[in-house]
Ligand binder design. Structure first.
Ligand code: CA
Length: 228
């Protein structure tokens, strides 16, 4: 059973979440401080974190940034204010979803299920790319570039995988976002651009002069074997 770590300082809110999640068959751990949660996730990693933004020690945003240094575990934020949503969906934070308080605990449980489902290894519509400098291993979720293993985040892997599967096809940002299993929401264009930027930086570390991901202004991005 997937294990969910709830990080929330209000016991009443945590209780309703624990109840809703356990009713759906999840196991749960509840902590009220971000620092405790980070330590716990290193010791005993949960499958998903539900993280309150307003915590007594450090903010949920800061906690998520620190978490991302060592973990790609999915995160759902609990925010008290809808103005925070822009930051939550922004790439700088690296969250997978958010809910605004007050929320329905059943709705949160449904989102947890949805995220874990889309995280599950997909039936590989196996599109290996033996040609060119890329080697995609969908089962291991690895991509080698010029023989070097790329250290990719989950989103970067999916993004690059989508592009490589159809060389020269120009993907719109919306199509790429769709491939990530993320809803097209506020700021999605910026999200894709940020992923592409960090992906390119990683590719350049292997081959500085190559530009395998091409930008098509006003349209999107493509993989160009000629530039790889
Ligand atoms: Ca709080």
């Amino acid at each position: 059973m997937p294990h969910i770590l709830i990080v929330e300082d209000e016991a009443a809110i945590a209780d309703t979440l624990i109840f809703a999640l356990q009713s759906e068959g999840f196991t749960t751990t509840w902590l009220s401080l971000a620092e405790q949660a980070l330590a716990e996730q290193q010791r005993n990693p949960a499958d998903l974190l539900i993280l309150d933004v307003g915590l007594p020690d450090i903010s949920g945003f800061e906690a998520c940034k620190r978490l991302r240094r060592f973990s790609e575990v999915p995160v759902i934020f609990l925010t008290a204010r809808s103005e925070e949503i822009d930051r939550v969906v922004g790439l700088e934070i690296g969250a997978d979803d958010y809910v605004v308080k007050p929320f329905s605990p059943r709705e949160v449980a449904a989102r947890v299920k949805a995220i874990l489902k889309r995280m599950a290894p997909r039936e590989v519509a196996a599109t290996p790319v033996p040609q060119g400098p890329f080697q995609v291993d969908s089962e291991r979720v690895q991509i080698h570039y010029h023989g070097q293993l790329l250290s990719l985040t989950r989103h970067e892997f999916r993004l690059l995988h989508s592009l490589l599967a159809q060389p020269e096809r120009v993907f719109s940002r919306e199509q790429l976002l769709d491939g990530l299993g993320v809803a097209a929401d506020v700021g999605y264009e910026r999200t894709i651009d940020s992923h592409i930027k960090s992906l390119r930086a990683k590719l350049r570390q292997v081959a500085a002069a190559a530009e395998p991901i091409q930008t098509h202004r006003g349209l999107g991005y493509s993989y160009s074997p000629r530039h790889a």
